[in-house]
Design a protein. Structure first.
Length: 159
């Protein structure tokens, strides 16, 4: 204020100081309440979006499990055919198909949240395996998207 210590202020100066201090505290409390309200509103608005994303992820997870199961059946069939020619190799191919079946079951029996936790645990416990698996999955996904997208017109070309 005027440079005088608070204990030496006149009653009018002290009253003005107290009112200013109260106003500052009220403004701070109002800002904190507005922040809490805004956070609550954002959370409430985002919840339906998060729920829909989780629902879509669950549907895609089930679809992926079905596709993997179909691939496993095809691999078992191929192993049976290979077994007629090279019986030793058929065992390895059947083993690969069984791994696919386990992956399919893992997808079916766990929620998206559970799968994310497992992925995070793998990334933490075995980072090289996680990175290698991610790269392999990226190649597989790119091949799948490239083969499934061949019927679509190139970007910018109208049909």
């Amino acid at each position: 204020m005027s440079g005088t210590p608070q204990s030496q202020q006149s009653p009018a100066e002290q009253s003005t100081f107290d009112k200013g201090s109260e106003a500052f505290e009220q403004a701070r409390d109002d800002a904190a309440e507005a922040t809490r309200t805004a956070k609550d509103q954002i959370s409430a608005a985002a919840q339906p979006i998060a729920d829909k994303a989780r629902e879509v992820a669950e549907e895609q997870k089930q679809s992926g499990a079905d596709r993997i199961q179909g691939i496993a059946r095809a691999v078992h069939g191929a192993a049976d055919n290979i077994g007629k020619e090279v019986p030793q190799l058929a065992g390895y191919v059947h083993s690969g198909a069984e791994q696919l079946e386990r992956a399919s079951c893992l997808l079916r029996e766990n929620s998206v949240d559970d799968l994310l936790k497992m992925t995070n645990r793998l990334a933490h416990d075995r980072p090289l395996a996680f990175i290698g698996g991610s790269v392999a999955a990226g190649f597989v996904l790119a091949r799948f998207l490239k083969s499934s997208g061949s019927a679509m017109p190139p970007p910018g070309e109208r049909t």
